[in-house]
Design a protein around this ligand. Sequence first.
Ligand SMILES: [Zn+2]
Length: 138
Amino acid sequence: MRIPAGRPDAIALLTGGARGTVRFWQMPDCVLIEVRLHDLPQTETGFFAFHIHESAAGGHYDPAGLPHPRHAGDLPPLLACGQNAYLAVKTCRFRLRDILGRAAVIHSGPDDFRTQPSGNPGPKLAQGIICPFFQNKC
Ligand SMILES: [Zn+2]
């Protein structure tokens, strides 16, 4: 796979109890997602669950009506390195156009990949709305 450089197709600016960015590229066969987190609090495990939610106030993005962790918006957790974390992952569970305007959410704890409906990840730590990159803000 060729990793793209330069401007992404969409971005979410994360704010709350940590800050960061989630950048998205629509590839021919998948969506590439890159997450950078800063100012993370120290936690028991150092893992932070990561999901795409239907909206800022909604549950996990789940157009097919599946259980967690088979929701389209379910993604791998981040692992802190000091106060920072980085993750790059690709998913084939949605197209980028399907998640514009939805929320990228980081939780304060790990995802157990079992508990319904959301993996018992603790309170939301930071979130941002997914916007086309050229808009800068939504
Ligand atoms: Zn889920």
